[in-house]
Design a protein. Sequence first.
Lengths: 115, 434
Amino acid sequence: MTTVLHSPTHFQLYQRTAASWEECPRGGAELLFDGVKKHQVTLPGQEEPWDIRNLLVWIKKNLLKERPELFIQGDSVRPGILVLINDADWELLGELDYQLQDQDSVLFISTLHGG
Amino acid sequence: MVWQVLEGLSRDSAKRLRFVPGVIYVDEGAVCGQSHEDREKTLAQVKLTLQKTGLPWHVVALEEVFSLPSSVLRGSALDPAGTQGGYKAAVGSFLQQQQQQHAPVAEPSPSPAPGEARLCQPHTWGTLGHQGLAELPTAAQTQALCRLFDSVRTLTAKEELLQTLRSHLVLHVARAHGYSKVMTGDSCTRLAIKLVTNLALGRGAFLAWDTGFSDERQGDVVLVRPMCNHTLKEVAFYNRLFAVPSVLTPALGTKAPEKASVHRLVEAFMLRLQTQFPSTVSTVCRTGEKLLKAPRSGPAGPPCLLCACTLDVDTADSATAFGAQIFSCAPGTQLPSLLARAGEPQAPSSSPGESGAQGCCREACKRDEHRACVVEQLCYGCRANLRDLPSLDPLPPYILAEAQLRSQRAWVQQQIQEYLIEDSEDDAAETGHS
């Protein structure tokens, strides 16, 4: 029996309205985030509520260290990268328009070969 | 897939699996650009994960292809068990082995009948059953592998070569340890991508074997794809929700741009189409399932040297793109240019120079002939890949040895063809009438 051990890549973001939150990249996504598996970051406050669209823009500007085109395509994630919000598929929650709540966890899993 | 098999083997499952599986991991770190330290780290993680499964496991390095015997390319004539009778016999054999393992006095077990399939030899059962690589291969082997892959011009050809070498290695390990089936974890999404990729690479004739549920090309070892009904999304969700342990290894195309290879391009195309039309992957897979493994009309030809498919080439047809490819690669077309170069006087009336040039010309002819004798034993897809390999010398010895053997056999058969007695339908009809 053969197993091909190409694991999915994923990292996690936790957001709190006030201050810090964590992201835990596991698998291959950390290759694009300077090899760091766990990020503790602070989202700046803004008038509009944070949604996934804004979050992706923020990630591209602040966290992605190299090859942003391997993670983001246009204003969404690259096809082949799954997004889980609180362990639920983001397609059920409105995808890019979902507004982040306090203590939400956002998980990106790459199912691409070598992505 | 390993997790699913473990679930199936557990006592709590409703229909407990009745076979003894092993797990194999092929270390491809040298080809994927990993350093020695990274490879050691990855191997340690892999071994830890495999030990936790409690199944017999085998870790082999891709460098071991340089010590494979040429017999790995010869398919066995044994028919794999696919009928109801074969399944029952295999389950019966499994239960018998289980009883013998628990029996207080060990008796010599009867050897299985030649037609009976054995799913696994039980002597490797248990956590002590790790086999194969304990340390990394030698630097010479790693260098030889790197030299081979560095000589390949395109990423597409590298990926195809990697798949071929990996499958040969897995096949050899499966045969050596008595496994009759090899299960791969190809999901529905991966198979849909592979189907379209293989169409682009000229392997359309073999889609049913390359992407179907079972692949019986090798005869004694059957390749099955039990995950063919699950999409990658389902697998990713399952791994997340059930906390399936995983180990990340970089692949050949990691961080490569989208158009770096046909594989990457088709993957991007399929996944992008899937986001807009969610039934894309399932439609492609269902269409692929309808493909039949029908043999070609006429007598069965010899198998391809690398992929073991029946050759799909018609050398007599020169009006197609394939015919043009054969013509452009033929030694005769390259000879005039070589002769022209040899004819240019480096130093006038210098016999050593001339004989040297002629010697170079002869060597080039010999190389071309050697290449031609290998190429004519390949199917169209494998030939197209081999075009990106300028020299065959870095190939593992087992491929070149088997190519030479088959070529010699074909030559000998041609020589004695007129003396061979063949049964023909006309003779049978005549004897019937008389």
